[in-house]
Design a protein around this ligand. Structure first.
Ligand code: AMP
Ligand code: ZN
Length: 140
């Protein structure tokens, strides 16, 4: 496991130095209720190892995140009967990341909940999509 970061709130939660409402824990991941919830049932799955975000997290830790998110989604589904669930993850300030320790959000959703997570499916410019694709593939 990576070193804990002494200034990181999520590292403190994993170490038991800051309280949390724990939903799930295994060797690689920890999950809890978010204390500034978007809506009822908002949870977080975090890696136990400190890594800033998706860009530098250990792939083996990341591989444990989605099965944990699935367990929580199933429990949220059974307990709260939402109309949908989003699993959302932020990397960097423009993406809304505020805690720089890898985490993914689990948001129960309702059609009228006003979350600004849905975008219209307006067809793109295929030339532009392909130019951007080529840029990404050049460094993949
Ligand atoms: P993000 O903005 O994607 O980086 O998400 C960070 C999330 O962590 C926010 O939704 C916060 O409400 C949540 N958060 C911050 N501190 C705590 C804490 N002590 N316990 C639980 N959730 C927290
Ligand atoms: Zn941390």
């Amino acid at each position: 496991m990576g070193m804990a970061n002494p200034d990181c709130i999520f590292c403190k939660i994993i170490a038991g130095e800051v309280p949390s409402l724990k939903l799930y824990e295994d060797d690689r991941v920890f999950a809890m209720m978010d204390i500034n919830p978007f809506d009822d049932g908002h949870g977080l799955v975090i890696t136990k190892a400190h890594a800033e975000n998706l860009l530098n997290a250990d792939p083996d830790d990341l591989a444990a995140v989605l099965p944990a998110a699935q367990k929580i989604c199933r429990a949220v589904e059974a307990a709260l009967k939402p109309e949908g669930v989003n699993v959302v993850q932020a990397n960097g300030p423009a993406a809304g990341q505020t805690v720089y320790h890898f985490h993914t959000h689990i948001f129960p959703r309702r059609r009228d909940d006003g979350a600004m997570l849905n975008w219209g499916h307006t067809p793109g410019d295929m030339g532009r999509i392909e130019a951007v694709y080529n840029k990404i593939m050049a460094v993949m």
